[in-house]
Design a protein around this ligand. Structure first.
Ligand code: CA
Length: 229
């Protein structure tokens, strides 16, 4: 299965050069010119990793990394930061923010490819198959199907995305705001109550398999997808 890499770089020539060579290697490449563009993409997709330029207009690459690390769903995404600044103090700042690896411009494609491979190896796990299995629930992210006990569970897009979010963050408390941002997007005008409505629907669908109890309400805090160890 192909890995998806997000490139965030405002310099067109560099962005296109990176995109071209990574696509040739067989990666699926998503491109963003700014941090805000990147965040918009990340609302819908969770790439396997990101390559982020430090010097971006308006919101810097470093701030983008901070935003990503605060986000429950994509917090663990490996990030390689590109920088024109070779100073050690900047690198330290970047590593403290949660950058996994560093490359100083001009970027050697060969070296970048090797570093990408290293990060993806470290990542391992479910990303390679694009399928998530949690307890008896098997979710195929490419085919958009869910199978429970050899039976296909059909869900609406919203409920599918909701379940996907929960399956990616088992046993973790998610606030309604976090759920809303991930399933509907940060800039949507959906009310928090809508989250509850769709949670109820998802619970109903899971009830048939006696799995509705996995989706627990944490009073005054949000929801949690509980998996028995
Ligand atoms: Ca730049």
């Amino acid at each position: 299965m192909k890995n998806t890499i997000l490139i965030v770089e405002d310099e067109t020539a560099i962005r296109e050069m990176l995109t071209f060579s990574l696509m040739q290697t067989g990666y699926i490449v998503l491109q963003a010119k700014t941090a805000l563009e990147a965040l918009k993409i990340l609302e819908d997709v969770s790439p396997d990793m990101a390559i982020i330029d430090w010097g971006l207009p308006q919101v810097s690459g470093l701030e983008l990394v901070e935003r990503i690390r605060e986000d429950e769903v994509i917090a663990d995404m490996p990030i390689i930061m590109l920088t024109a600044k070779a100073q050690e103090e900047d690198k330290v700042k970047g590593l403290e923010t949660g950058v996994d690896d560093y490359m100083t411009k001009p970027v050697s494609i060969k070296e970048l490819q090797a570093r990408i491979k290293a990060q993806l190896r470290r990542l391992g796990g479910f990303k390679k198959t694009h399928a998530i299995t949690v307890g008896p629930i098997k979710m195929d992210l490419d085919a958009h199907t869910i199978v429970i006990a050899d039976e296909e569970l059909k869900l609406s897009i919203t409920e599918f995305n909701l379940l996907k979010l929960f399956m990616k963050t088992p046993n973790k408390l998610l606030s309604r705001e976090q759920i809303l941002n991930h399933v509907w997007g940060r800039n949507s005008f959906v009310e928090l109550r809508t989250v509850d409505v769709h949670i109820l629907r998802l619970r109903k669908s899971l009830k048939k398999y006696k799995l509705d109890r996995m989706l627990q309400t944490v009073r005054g805090a949000g929801y949690k997808f509980c998996i028995e160890e």
